[in-house]
Write a protein that binds this ligand. Sequence first.
Ligand code: S3P
Length: 432
Amino acid sequence: MAEPAGIKGMVDIPGDKSISHRAVMLASLARGTSRIRGFLRSGDTLATVAMMRSLGVAIHEVGPSELRIEGVGLAGLSRPDAVIDAGNSGTTMRIGAGLLAGQAFSSTITGDRYLLRRPMARVIKPLRLMGASVKGREKDTLPPLNISGGGLKGIRYPTPVASAQVKSAILVAGMFAEGTTTVVEPMPTRDHTERMLRSMGVDVVTDGREVALHPPGSLAPLDMEVPADFSAAAFFIVLAAAAHGTEVSLPGVGINGTRTGLLTVMRRMGADVRLDSRRDIGGEPVADLGLRGRGLSGTEITADEIPSMIDEVPAFCVAAAMAHGRSEVRGASELRTKESDRISSMIDALAELGVNCGEYPDGLWIEGPSVIRPGRRVDTRGDHRVAMAFMVLSTATGVPIELSDTACIETSFPGFMDLLADIAPPRLTSLP
Ligand code: S3P
C-alpha cells in the first residue's frame, strides 16, 4: 500500500555500533596507540568511551568520527573513582562486566532506567564461574553490578541464550584468565569481537559454534576503519524496499553474515537489493548496497533466522505492515529483553495505528497491507529502534505519526532524522 514516494538518493550511514564499542574497549587494552576511523559517535558508544576513560585510558577525539586511543596494556587499567554509568547501553554493561571481571580492583557499573531492567544473570553466572565476584540487584539478576575481579581461570561455557554480548564478555574476561576459555553458542551470533581480537594478534579459534581463546601476552594496537552499521542501514533498506519507484544507495555497509539476516528476509519478501564492490574493511566484509522499491509480500521468520537479525525486527515489522499478506516471527522471545520489550512495543504501536496484528509469547504476526490511521500517537518506550521504525513507516506511507520520544534515537543513530529528511520529500516526514 506504500505510495510512490519519490525517495531517491545516497545515504551515508554512520559507523557500526557493535564494532565501535569493541574498538574502544580492546584498543584500550592494547600496547600502544590505536586509530579508529568511522567511529560511531552516539550515546551508547560514548558511554563506552567514558567507561574506559574512567579506567585511566587516554582517548582523544581527533575528528567527528576518529579516535586516537593510548592503550595501557592488559595490566594497565586503574580503579575508577566513581560508579561507571553505561547509560542505555547493554553492550557497555555486559562486555564491560567481562573486562572489569579481569581487574584486581572493585568497581560498580549502572545504567539508565531502561538498562536497570535488563537481565544480567547471563553474564554474572559465567564470570563467577571464572572466579570473579559479581553481584547484582534482585538476587543477582539486574544492574547495577558490583564487580571484584582478578585471579580468573578459563572455563568452557555453553551459553543458554544466543548473545554476542555474553560471548564477548566471557572472551574478554578470558584474556585475563589462566588457561583456555571456550564459549559454545546455541546459535551463531555476531563475531566482531573474535575478528577484532584476531587482528590484534590474539589466538581465537572458531570451530562451528565453539570459540576458544588462549590468553595473549599483549594486544597489538588497531589502525582501522569501522564499516557503516548494517543495523542503521536496515531502516533505509526497509524504506526503499517497501515503497514503489525508490532508488537508494548505501555505500560501505558491513555485510558480516552474522548481521545480515534482514537482507535474506527482504529478498524473500521481493525486495530488489544489490551488493556492489564487495571488499574488506577493518577485517569485516563490506559492500555498497543498492535498492529499488517494487513492493513487498509477507513472510515467516523462524528461530534460526533471529540471531542474525535480532536488532532488525522493529524495521521488519513496519515492512510487514506495508507488505501484502501475513508475516510471522517466532522463536524471538529475546526481543522481550531489549531496550524495550520489542514484541509488545511494536505490536501495541502497530495496533494503535490500525494494523491487524498480534503477539505470541515468542513472537508476533502482522497482516498487511494496512491503512495507517493518521495522527495517532506511538509510545516508543524510550527505544531508539522502535522510534526509527515508525519514522520509516510514516515516511514510506506519507501518513503522519506522532512519536512519544525521538531523543532516544541519539543512542545509536544521531543524524537519522536529517538523513531521512534528505532523501524523503519533507511532506512525508512526521514530526514529534
Ligand atoms: C550486540 C549484541 C546483541 C544486540 C545488541 C548489540 C553486541 O545483543 O541486540 O544491540 O554488540 O554484541 P545480545 O548479545 O543481547 O543478543
